[in-house]
Design a protein around this ligand. Structure first.
Ligand code: GLU
Length: 313
């Protein structure tokens, strides 16, 4: 076995036998209404089943990080009574783990090093590998790409049912480690969901297509994939997700009850009038009791035309 790496001793949350969910924000901005909706939905999904809800800060892209965002996201979650279980996991502490998993893929012959620029790759047909795939390029100053075998073209989503991408042109590769040495989202998210024993990945539908790439990695690691569930995302106009990049404003933690009522409304739950004066903690407790996935709108419109852009996440 070419693998000389020892299994890194990371602090890993012990999976329990029941439901383990997570919220995994990137600290590229403060918590906005759209991310509050996703946090609340995934929290309610976990807590309505007496499950665990873990918090993972996906801080693997320092150039996109906003100073203080991790802390402000956590304070905002706490202000909304969204308390996570166990210790917060920071992806920035887990490089050894990601390298270990990349080595495993390399040992299986599923990766290649590539020096192509984004522009060169953009000129390539999505189903073709670049010339680097047939050369023995050294890892320094090159990206590591995963050979995508396309064995998954559809999957079952707990809210949306069968999601079929078979009519889309899937790229023949995707990046797992960037040329600048940073780990790619697809790799890190799968490694962490595996290592943290996540039983269901519940997140926004803007990441629907990423699921196919992630399923390919679970298969390569020979591990069972968690279930997937994609909630509707808040948009500013059809097809445009409310996001940090389009200047979504930070959730105001002085108005917790209103934020919760609005987020619940977006998810299909309307608080009875007599409860509107209740404390915000009681609103969350009510929502845990009332949670019913069948009430949540199954909407994916905002993700149109995203297929193939997984590397940009
Ligand atoms: N870190 C990603 C984001 O903030 C979410 C990743 C995931 O839930 O899989 O959009």
């Amino acid at each position: 076995m070419a693998n000389a790496l020892k299994y890194p001793h990371m602090k890993i949350v012990t999976p329990c036998n029941g439901y383990v969910g997570r919220f995994a924000p990137s600290p590229s901005g403060h918590l906005h209404f759209g991310s509050l909706v996703t946090a609340l939905a995934s929290f309610l999904r976990a807590k309505s089943q007496d499950g665990q809800w873990l918090l993972r800060i996906e801080d693997i892209d320092p150039p996109r990080e906003v100073a203080g965002a991790s802390d402000s996201i956590m304070r905002c979650l706490e202000a909304h009574h969204l308390f996570w279980d166990g210790d917060v996991v920071y992806q920035s502490n887990r490089s050894d783990l990601y390298n270990y998993y990349i080595q495993r893929l390399s040992d299986l012959g599923l990766t290649y090093c590539c020096t192509c620029t984004r522009a060169q790759l953009a000129n390539l047909q999505p189903s073709k590998l670049c010339h680097c795939a047939n050369q023995n390029i050294r890892p320094s100053n090159s990206a590591i790409r995963f050979r995508h075998n396309h064995s998954y073209q559809s999957f079952y989503d707990e809210l949306l049912g069968d999601v079929d991408f078979s009519k889309h042109d899937m790229p023949a590769h995707f990046t797992i480690k960037r040329k600048d040495g940073l780990f790619a989202y697809q790799l890190a998210v799968v490694v962490d969901d595996l290592e943290q024993g996540i039983t269901e990945v519940a997140r926004g539908a803007d990441l629907l297509d990423a699921t196919l790439f992630q399923l390919a990695l679970y298969q390569a690691f020979d591990k069972p994939a968690p279930k997937f569930l994609h909630f509707p995302v808040v948009v500013t106009q059809p097809g445009k997700k409310l996001s940090k990049q389009n200047h979504a404003t930070e959730v105001n933690s002085n108005d917790v009850s209103t934020n919760l009522i609005n987020a619940l409304g977006f998810l299909g739950f309307s608080l009875p009038k007599e409860l509107k004066q209740e404390s915000s903690q009681n609103i969350v407790n009510w929502a845990i009791d009332e949670w019913d996935l069948r009430k949540v709108p199954a909407i994916t419109e905002c993700i149109d035309n995203r297929i193939g852009q997984a590397d940009s996440i």
